[in-house]
Design a protein around this ligand. Structure first.
Ligand code: PBG
Length: 324
């Protein structure tokens, strides 16, 4: 049956019909909201390239957590800026480190909120790399012990989910063993399984003060040109015990989101990263685009590509618009 009998416009004739037939439903429950935690008191400072996103001290987090939960957003992911950085990033696993304090403050204020922590080294090391450096190289296996120790310290503080983002081989297995040995069998691992070496992380590196001090991350993060390798990365993490997978960034990688969704049954996240956010905010500030429509269209696209959850700096605005 084809034209003129079949007319697809018939399905679009009224708003109610369109809503009824919509294939992808975006809701605030799809979002994970990133927070940048810093030492000090009364700190609430906007990040230059990320309007509407703030560095916040721990005392600010109770109010923030309640606001997020009230919007219907189920989860946050935490990034910390330590008081001082060193070669192996010791504050990363300190019992009173910035993230450990932040986890407790959020859990006290909004116990139902799922607290996810980023497990990596780049914010904590003086060289800004995601692993231990020996003679100018990022060494894999020694880094695994540190990542496991960080994950356990986050679990000690009350994290529900740890999200390793260092792109070290074997990191999921090392973290799973560390958690299980310490009786944290219930703590989930959301692996940044497929993470590309991307220029879209630019604004985040200002926000997290985590730019590498020499070289770049291409010896551990993936080449943006590779899709088959993305499947291998995801498969290894599934075998190592990941509970959920993530593809990052999102927008230039929607084909990867779809492939990973089709290939694996695990819950899948996509990270709508800082550069993707900044581009929309900058164009909207110029009056060149309609921010609300662009954001909702973008997030719908990520979900349609196959993501179950979306890590996004737009989460609070989008939730307000969707709840509107
Ligand atoms: C690593 C990490 C990065 C991001 C999240 N975790 C930066 C990097 O790999 O350089 C980027 C997130 C974003 O750009 O929004 N700890």
């Amino acid at each position: 049956m084809s034209f003129p009998t079949t007319r697809l416009r018939r399905l679009r004739t009224s708003a109610t019909l369109r809503i009824m037939l919509r294939e992808t439903q975006l809701t605030p429950r799809d979002f994970i909201y990133p927070l940048f935690c810093v030492h000090g008191r009364d700190v609430h400072e906007e990040i230059g390239a990320m309007p509407g996103v703030y560095h916040q001290s721990v005392d600010q987090l109770a109010g923030e957590a309640k606001e997020i939960a009230a919007l219907g957003i189920p989860a946050v992911i935490l990034f910390g800026i330590p008081a001082s950085k060193d070669e192996i990033g010791s504050e990363n696993y300190a019992a009173n480190g910035i993230i450990q304090q932040a986890i407790k403050a959020i859990k006290d204020a909004a116990p139902e909120l799922v607290v996810i922590t980023d497990v990596c080294m780049c914010e904590y090391t003086d060289h800004g790399h995601c692993g231990i450096v020996r003679e100018g190289r990022i060494v894999n296996d020694e880094t695994l012990d540190v990542l496991a120790r960080v994950a356990v310290s986050h679990a000690d503080a009350g994290a529900d989910v740890v999200a390793p983002s260092a792109m070290m081989d074997g990191m999921v297995r090392a973290i799973r063993s560390g958690l299980d040995e310490n009786n944290y069998g219930d703590v989930n691992i959301l692996s940044y399984a497929v993470k590309f070496a991307s220029a879209f992380y630019g604004p985040f590196r200002e926000a997290a003060q985590s730019a590498p001090q020499f070289g770049d991350r291409r010896a551990y993060q993936m080449d943006p040109a590779n899709a088959r390798e993305a499947i291998r990365e995801a498969r290894l993490d599934v075998e190592e015990g990941a509970d959920m997978l993530m593809v990052k960034p999102a927008l230039a990688y929607l084909d990867i989101v779809r492939r990973v969704r089709d290939q694996f049954d695990l819950p899948l996240g996509a990270y709508n990263v800082s550069g993707e956010y900044s581009m929309i905010k900058a164009a909207a500030a110029q009056g060149w685009i309609d921010e609300q429509r662009i954001v909702l269209e973008t997030l719908t696209g990520i979900k349609r590509a196959g993501a179950d959850v979306i890590l996004t700096y737009h989460a609070k605005d989008a939730a307000r618009w969707l709840n509107g």
